[in-house]
Design a protein around this ligand. Structure first.
Ligand SMILES: NC(=O)c1ccc[n+]([C@@H]2O[C@H](COP(=O)([O-])OP(=O)(O)OC[C@H]3O[C@@H](n4cnc5c(N)ncnc54)[C@H](O)[C@@H]3O)[C@@H](O)[C@H]2O)c1
Length: 322
């Protein structure tokens, strides 16, 4: 029986999910999206909703019995739904376990009962904790977790690869650096812009501003995923997905302030980490995915400015968080 949809995108109303949906629908695929709108926004799906190739289901993936009932006939699942915020893990220790690990288990079980066998999964560079090897390759060690988010994603990767072994599934697991771009609704640019909107003369920075991070523009991220899906066919395909470079938080602040033409007083909370689980140096080795012929087109500074311009034009995204 041929599937009704080519792709099922979970977390389809989120930052990366809604960009993924638009890309797939524009490429002519039939796409079903599921989201509970906990952090996602229907507004992000406005264009997709007008396309006959897109079908939206509002549902909570934590409810396995319901998920099994509504699960569509589909060729590939793109599992993006998650609690994507690393920073507040210790404020609600169960959330990452439930929304990341258990929801991923639910997706795998719903796939198993519907006979769907291919999954793309959004993991994270946080799985490496504070890696001693930089740039960190896919086979770098990650024995010690520093965040509940990272721990939950390691567990997701483990479940997915076990389903590949145990039930004949095939998976593409991508460990992202921080992603930037249109519809960005969480992360340092969001926080800095929100602060500057309210108080243009001061900016609070978590940590000492010397944290080094790598960022990737969302369309480059999608290109990387789709290219790898096309070119690889192992049982479990694991890739780092990031930019071939990094910046200090202080560099990023410099780009933002120049673009906004502001000179606030900078208040640092101090220390080499901004919060529990903040990794002071994230830089992934992306040779494996680049060997497939993919390369990012947008560098980190351009990505930051594009994100800022998006936020400037769409201040409504801050409304419920102000
Ligand atoms: N944005 C980044 O920098 C980044 C970096 C590394 C990994 N990731 C991963 O990429 C994925 C997408 O991240 P994002 O930045 O787009 O986050 P996001 O918060 O914008 O999107 C997540 C979406 O999932 C939905 N969702 C969450 N729990 C759900 C549930 N129980 N049932 C149904 N829907 C649910 C939310 O409403 C939201 O629309 C996540 O898995 C995240 O961990 C993101």
């Amino acid at each position: 029986m041929s599937p009704n949809f080519d792709f099922l995108v979970t977390g389809c109303a989120g930052f990366i999910g809604s960009n993924f949906v638009d890309r797939l629908v524009n490429d002519g695929f039939k796409v079903c999206g599921i989201d509970n709108l906990s952090t996602g926004k229907l507004e992000f799906l406005k264009t997709a909703m007008t396309n006959k190739n897109f079908y939206f289901i509002q549902a909570d993936l934590f409810d396995l019995e319901n998920l099994k009932k509504i699960f569509p006939k589909v060729d590939i699942v793109v599992h993006l739904a998650a609690n994507a915020d690393v920073r507040f893990g210790t404020s609600h220790p169960k959330k990452d376990l439930e929304q990341n690990t258990l929801v991923t288990f639910n997706i795998l079980e719903a796939m198993r009962s519907s006979g769907v066998k291919k999954i793309i999964f959004s993991s994270t560079g946080s799985v490496y904790g504070e890696s001693p090897v930089i740039p960190t390759p896919e086979n770098g060690p990650f024995p010690i977790q520093t965040s509940l988010y990272g721990a939950s994603k390691v567990a997701c990767e483990g479940l997915i690869s076990s389903y590949c072994e145990g039930f004949g599934f095939q998976s593409w697991i991508f460990r992202f650096v921080s992603i930037l771009g249109e519809r960005y609704t969480h992360g340092h640019i969001f926080d800095f812009y929100r602060q500057l909107m309210l108080h243009p003369k001061q900016l609070s920075i978590l940590g000492n501003g010397k944290q080094r991070k790598s960022y990737l523009y969302v369309q480059d991220c999608l290109d990387g995923i789709l290219n790898a899906l096309d070119k690889t066919n192992e049982k479990v395909n694991i890739f780092n997905l990031g930019f071939d470079g990094y910046v200090e938080v202080n560099d990023s602040i410099g780009f933002i302030l120049k673009e906004l033409n502001l000179q606030p007083k900078l208040n640092y909370s101090g220390g080499d980490k901004g919060w529990i689980g903040d990794n002071p140096f994230i830089f992934l080795d992306t040779k494996k995915i680049q060997a497939l012929g993919w390369k990012p087109k947008i560098d980190i500074k351009e990505g930051i400015i594009k994100t800022l311009n998006y936020l400037k034009k769409n201040e409504w995204v801050f409304e419920e968080r102000l």
